[in-house]
Design a protein around this ligand. Structure first.
Ligand code: CUA
Length: 312
């Protein structure tokens, strides 16, 4: 069932999606047909050969060679079709074409870091051109995550200390859901994003503009980063407690740390908390934040600090 409540698969938006769906439906309708046949015959025979008054015991025939060959060979052929079909699809999905664009994808509790070709780094947002093969090299910084784009019918786990890879070729322009589909802790359900499929022209333009500058207003830029870099997954701005401390009233506050010491939340404290999140853990919170070293540039951190200063 999809979210509109109908028995329909999500839209097919990659080159492999029609193949995957066709095999899925072959198995689904094959199972349905055999279910009806077997249950129907069982019910029919139960009625037809029920014991009637006056019946005497008759031994059943022990053997029927043509029947047994039939119910062995027919299912064997069917599962061999499923095997060959599935294996060919598997090979196709695991062998990226040589001219694929390369992306590095890093899963961490709880975000996806997407390193695009050309160096642009995004959090939970992936930009790809339409009708071009894209290869992802996946890894994790902590536990097992799994990169899943339902509309593309592709899914691959991301492990610590080991690369995995997958590829796809998007066939439709638009925004498609990206999920983590391996339970990875507290905020697993918030580890979601979008794959933006752009025309080649728009993609080239995006690549050029991919490193957005601070612009005129660092506070507005910082607010954008707060959302686009997924800080808001774990930090509220209204005082409510999420996985991490709220940013409301943070700047200038005296924070109690897990080691018993205290610190004034000034620019250096915030900068260090972003780059070395394990260094100064706020009392009462778990040391679970990933480092943003390599994701945020110095000017990005400046803007975030300016934004946090406004949240009094
Ligand atoms: Cu990452 Cu679930």
């Amino acid at each position: 069932m999809n979210d509109t409540g109908t028995l329909q698969l999500p839209p097919q938006a990659s080159t492999v999606a029609p193949d995957v769906d066709a095999l899925y439906y072959f198995i689904f309708w094959g199972c349905t047909a055999f279910f009806v046949l077997i249950v129907g015959l069982a019910a029919f025979f139960a009625v037809k050969y029920r014991r009637r008054p006056g019946d005497t015991y008759r031994p059943s025939p022990s053997h029927n060679t043509p029947l047994e060959i039939t119910w062995t060979v027919v299912p064997l052929l069917l599962v061999m079709i499923v095997f060959v079909w599935g294996f060919r699809g598997y090979m196709k999905m695991h062998t990226a074409p040589g001219q694929a664009l390369e992306y590095n994808v890093i899963g961490k509790q709880w975000l996806w870091q997407i390193n695009h070709p050309g160096g642009a780094v995004e959090v939970n947002q992936m930009y790809v051109p339409v009708d071009r093969p894209v290869r992802l090299l996946l890894q994790s910084e902590d536990v097992i995550h799994s990169f899943y784009v339902p509309d593309f019918r592709v899914k691959m786990d991301a492990y610590p200390n080991q690369y995995t890879s997958m590829w796809f070729e998007a066939t439709r322009i638009g925004d498609f859901d990206l999920f983590c589909t391996e339970y990875c802790g507290n905020e697993h359900s918030a580890m979601i994003g979008k794959v933006h499929v752009l025309s080649q022209v728009d993609f080239d333009r995006w690549l050029e503009e991919a490193a957005p500058g601070p612009g005129d207003d660092p506070v507005a830029f910082g607010e954008r980063l707060f959302k686009s870099k997924a800080c808001n997954t774990c930090h509220s701005i209204d005082g409510s407690r999420l996985t991490g401390p709220t940013f409301q009233g943070l700047f200038g506050r005296q924070e109690s740390l897990a080691d018993g010491s205290t610190v004034i939340a000034d620019e250096n404290y915030i900068r260090r908390s972003i780059l070395e999140p394990q260094a100064q853990i706020t009392a009462g919170y778990d040391p679970v934040m990933p480092t943003y070293s390599g994701i945020l540039r110095p000017q990005d951190i400046d803007a975030l600090i300016e934004y946090i200063k406004t949240l009094q």
